[in-house]
Design a protein around this ligand. Structure first.
Ligand code: SF4
Length: 193
C-alpha cells in the first residue's frame, strides 16, 4: 500500500461518527471508518444538516407516492422536499470537483437511502419501496458511479462487487485496479482475523 494514492469516496457523514443525525448523535460504522478508512479519503456529506436543518432536528420520513415521495417531518408534518431538492441539485455539481470513485450511503434514510426506504401512505402504512431524496438526485447525476449502503457492505460478496468495480471515472484503470485489489485483500484479511 505504500506510496499508493488514496481514492476518494463520498459517504453519509453520520457513518463516520459525526453527530449530524436528527437526534444529535451519529451512526458510526467502525468498519468503514477504521478499516476501509485506512485506504480511502472520505468526503462526508449530510444532506439534512447541510441543507440548513441542522442537528438535532425533527425526524422526517418519506410520504405519498413511492415513485415520487415527499420528505415530511414526522410530527409537525412540514414538507421539506423542496428545501432538500434545491440544496441537493447544487451539492451534486460541487461534488463533481471531488472526482469521487464511489459513494457509501446510510441505509433506510429518507434522504440518503438508496433502496427499500419506507414510504408511508395517509393511513400510516408503509412500503419498503423508496429512494432517499438526496440519493435519488445523486444517482441521476452520477449514474455510473459505484454506490452502496453500509448494510450491504457488511456482506462480503456485495463488498467485493463494490470494490472490484471498474467504473471509477477519472482514474488510471491499472493503478486503480491495483489499488482496489490491495484494499480488497486487506478487507479479506481483516474479515478472517
Ligand atoms: S442518514 Fe444522511 S441525512 Fe441522515 S444524518 Fe446521516 S448523513 Fe445526514
Amino acid at each position: 500500500m505504500a506510496h499508493m494514492e488514496k481514492i476518494k469516496l463520498g459517504i453519509s457523514a453520520c457513518l463516520l461518527g459525526e453527530n449530524v443525525r436528527y437526534d444529535g448523535v451519529h451512526k458510526l460504522d467502525s468498519f468503514l471508518k477504521d478499516s476501509l478508512g485506512k485506504y480511502v479519503d472520505y468526503v462526508p456529506v449530510c444532506p439534512e444538516g447541510e441543507c440548513g436543518l441542522g442537528a438535532p432536528r425533527e425526524s422526517m420520513r418519506l410520504e405519498g407516492d413511492p415513485e415520487n415521495p415527499r420528505l415530511v417531518t414526522t410530527h409537525s408534518k412540514q414538507d421539506r422536499t423542496d428545501l432538500l431538492v434545491e440544496w441537493a441539485r447544487k451539492r451534486v455539481v460541487e461534488l463533481e470537483a471531488e472526482n469521487l470513485c464511489g459513494f457509501i450511503f446510510k441505509s433506510d434514510s429518507p434522504s440518503c437511502g438508496i433502496k427499500r426506504v419506507k414510504v408511508y401512505n395517509e393511513k400510516c402504512m408503509s412500503v419498503d419501496a423508496g429512494v432517499g431524496i438526496f440519493a435519488k438526485i445523486f444517482i441521476k447525476h452520477f449514474p455510473f458511479l459505484p454506490m452502496e449502503d453500509e448494510e450491504s457492505l457488511h456482506d462480503l460478496g456485495l463488498r467485493k462487487n463494490f470494490i472490484d468495480t471498474k467504473s471509477c471515472a477519472g482514474h488510471d484503470k491499472i493503478n486503480l485496479d491495483n489499488h482496489l485489489f490491495a484494499v480488497l485483500r486487506n478487507f479479506t484479511i481483516e474479515k478472517i482475523r
